[in-house]
Design a protein around this ligand. Structure first.
Ligand SMILES: [Zn+2]
Length: 261
């Protein structure tokens, strides 16, 4: 393969590796952010369960006070029953006692419901706290792993950048500009021709183009505009002797670059 083709192919491999490494580097903070978000959600759940428990406790304190007040009232009214003079008075006091007793029942039921909610919330809180512990550990692991991976990727990237600068330095600036334009538009700037097809876009090549490629020329794909080349090392090896061919056919001839820039 010509030096230019070799350099462009090598550059493309380096550029693709670089893109992959940069992509991996950019993905690392997202993993840590996901772990942070999961932990924050569990912490919120735990805090919500805690405040729900406080609310229930305050509610029961208030209910206890109200129940106590109704009990005292009932006791007072019962004591008054001893001094009543008329059946009407007795009925009125009886009514007050009944009302106080009914209120005590109602408030005690409310208190019981609150205790049931507390039990459920306590289970929720225990679960949330266990989850928080688990996710905090996961976050630590994710942070450590992201830091280690970042360091590793940066080392790889630095080595790759060095190779990349070296290879770019060897390529004629006009070719480099053309390659960069194609690479940024299509992801890759150069493609191998294989089986009379451009491997970049899978479109067929004209026989004339295919022949020129097999003679070692660097050409342009009519369909995708990528630079195309033929690599004899990648061509299938015939198992049996081929019929005689015209000189120069079926075998690449090394020529200086002929592709139009
Ligand atoms: Zn193509």
């Amino acid at each position: 393969m010509q030096a230019l083709v070799e350099q462009l192919v090598k550059l493309q491999a380096l550029e693709l590796d670089r893109t992959r490494l940069l992509h991996e580097l950019r993905a690392l903070p997202a993993e840590v952010a996901r772990a942070q978000a999961s932990l924050a959600a569990a912490q919120q759940k735990s805090a919500d369960a805690s405040s729900a428990l406080s609310r229930e406790e305050n509610l029961r304190t208030k209910l206890e006070r109200e129940i106590e007040s109704h009990r005292q009232k009932a006791t007072r009214f019962r004591a008054q029953l001893d001094d009543v003079k008329t059946p009407e008075q007795a009925a009125a006091i009886e009514h007050e006692v009944q009302f106080a007793t009914a209120e005590i029942d109602r408030l005690e039921n409310e208190e019981f419901a609150s205790l049931e909610r507390t039990e459920a919330k306590e289970a929720e809180l225990a679960l949330a706290r266990a989850q928080v512990e688990l996710l905090a550990a996961s976050l630590e692991t994710a942070q450590a792993s992201a830091a280690a991976q970042t360091r590793q990727l940066q080392i790889e990237l630095a080595a790759l950048d060095e190779d990349r600068q070296k290879v770019r330095g060897l390529i004629d600036p006009a070719w480099l500009a053309r390659f960069d334009r194609l690479a940024s538009a299509r992801g890759t700037g150069i493609a191998r021709a294989d089986n009379q097809q451009c491997t970049g876009c899978r479109m067929g090549l004209r026989p004339q183009t295919w022949n020129q490629l097999r003679e070692g020329e660097l050409l342009t794909c009519d369909s995708c505009s990528r630079l195309i080349y033929w690599d004899p090392a990648m061509a299938p090896q015939p198992k049996e002797p081929q019929p005689a061919t015209a000189p120069g056919q079926g075998r690449p001839i090394r020529k200086p670059s002929q592709a139009g820039a």
